[in-house]
Ligand binder design. Structure first.
Ligand code: FAD
Length: 456
């Protein structure tokens, strides 16, 4: 309403940071949800009423205080690159766009960066490298994605082969959040308590400050190797992925015809051949090439890496960017997120191919788990026909021991990163008792009777 807009504008030092322009509000209410044909249908018409771009914790507290009082939903947003509709408001209200809170406060001598949530990960990586450090892991959307959004909805990516996912190895040291209460509190979560708020899709607090552990910078190189069959490519990638002796940041294995979608880098692909993309220590590049040729591979690229502006930038074709290139070529493609069992992976591949043939195309992202095991993580491409068929594939995967984090559901619990100890839900009861933060995304949350909303 007019009075809500006036009151919310008064929370800001600059009125133009409350946005009512319908087109802009709609853009800020969207993410990459359309990767999923199921979410596309479900979320297409969802939009906030206004967007607010705070620049300080004080402004956030003022906005949340008013929204709590008036029972207005608030959905946090970083860069909106998530692909599960995580940042799409289901019930209108305010999109709280944190991208202007982008200060890097400090990089400590022992390699911890302290920053605000809106810092782009690419900016963070560059700043870290200037101090002799680099990010432990980052999504392939690194240039655009924000650190707050990564904590709120991401999981891992480039670097995860060496350092595990974002939730592993105490990479996130501490998080400061603002609560959604009559009088919002600023609460610091340290150590294991970071998991109370991580990967909660903004449902249990607004992240305002982050302590993120870095790792010493390495001089990297990029390398692409082609193999006649997926089997050979997979086996060679495994021999580099598993031994700790190889210093690496990225190993991605693609079944043909996935590389045929990489039109801007056609020169590194070979018709009919499976490919492996490596980001490997420059000091190991020569040895890698020798090993690849001995194994029957053809080197199609071996070049220095000079930062995120390197061309071609192999990571632009890995993780969920692979899916993007495939959808660009054929909109019938979608994807799954799977974890294969390293001991039985070849049998799991064979069973999937026997049942689904070319409906599933293997795209492996090697990664380290929190216990230090190297596993063939996977974001296979799927040729989508119907929801029933997709669910059949998911059920089949699970029946043969392939874990699936389902990217076609729009809630924290269904997405595969919900914690079994329920700490995210318990935190929501404490910090957002009225259920106003990104409502509908934590489906196990139940508002208590006495706090039932008074308006629809
Ligand atoms: P947003 O999409 O804006 O937000 C993500 C979630 O976090 C939302 O639920 C939002 O409400 C919440 N949130 C945002 N800011 C805050 C805050 N300050 N406080 C509380 N909650 C907040 N992800 C990976 O993990 N690895 C990958 O390799 C990867 N590759 C991708 C490739 C492509 C092509 C695309 C489209 C997506 C990919 N993603 C990947 C998903 C996404 O890009 C990342 O998770 C990214 O880190 C999200 O950051 P963002 O700033 O865009 O977050």
């Amino acid at each position: 309403s007019e009075s809500d807009i006036a009151a919310l504008t008064a929370c800001l030092s600059e009125p133009s940071r409350l946005i009512t322009n319908a087109q802009t509000v709609q853009r800020l209410s969207r993410d990459f949800y359309w990767y999923s044909p199921i979410l596309k249908k479900q979320l297409e018409d969802k939009t906030a009423d206004v967007a607010i771009q705070p620049i300080s914790v004080e402004e956030i507290i003022a906005v949340l205080t008013y929204c709590h009082q008036q029972e207005i939903p608030v959905t946090a947003r970083g860069a909106g690159t998530g692909n599960y509709g995580q940042a799409i408001p289901l019930n209108g209200g305010v999109v709280l766009d944190l991208i202007k809170m982008d200060a890097i406060e400090e990089i400590t001598p022992d390699g911890v960066v302290i920053c605000q949530p809106g810092v782009r990960l690419g900016v963070l990586e560059a700043a870290a490298r200037e101090q002799g450090f680099e990010l432990r892991c980052y999504p392939s959307t690194v240039v655009k994605a924000s650190v707050g959004g990564f904590l709120g909805g991401g999981s891992g990516g480039i670097g995860s082969i060496a350092h595990g996912g974002l939730r592993d190895f105490q990479t996130v040291r501490a998080i400061e959040v603002v609560t959604m209460e009559a009088t919002p509190r600023v609460v610091l979560h340290e150590g294991t308590a970071v998991h109370d708020v991580m990967h909660s899709w903004g449902t249990n607090g607004i992240i305002t400050r982050i302590w993120l552990a870095l790792t010493p910078a390495v001089e990297w190189a990029q390398c692409v190797v082609a193999f006649p069959t997926f089997d050979e490519a997979f086996t060679f990638s495994e021999t580099i992925a598993v031994p700790e002796a190889w210093t690496k940041r990225l190993i991605t294995t693609f079944e043909w015809p996935i590389p045929s979608c990489f039109s801007p880098i056609a020169q590194v692909t070979r018709d009919g051949k499976s490919l492996i993309f490596f980001m490997i220590a420059a000091a190991h590049l020569e040895a890698l090439q020798t090993a690849a040729v001995e194994a029957g591979g053809e080197i199609t690229l071996a070049a220095p890496y000079t930062g995120l502006r390197t061309l071609p930038l192999l990571s632009d074709y890995t993780w969920n960017h692979t899916t993007l290139w495939a959808i660009k070529q054929d909109s019938a493609f979608t994807y799954l997120q799977c974890g294969f069992n390293p001991a039985t992976v070849r049998d799991q591949f064979a069973q999937l191919k026997a049942n689904f043939g070319d409906e599933i195309l293997f795209h492996i992202e090697w990664m380290k788990t929190g216990t230090g095991t190297i596993i063939p993580g996977s974001i296979p491409l799927v040729r989508y026909t119907t929801e029933e068929r997709l669910n059949e594939m998911i059920d089949f995967c699970r029946s043969i021991g392939v874990s699936v984090a389902n990217p076609h559901v729009n809630n924290v619990e269904g997405g595969g990163r919900y914690r079994e100890d329920n700490v995210q839900l318990q935190t929501k009861y404490k910090y957002d008792p009225k259920g106003l933060l990104n409502p509908g995304k934590m489906t196990t949350f139940q508002r208590t009777q006495s706090e039932e909303p008074t308006t629809a």
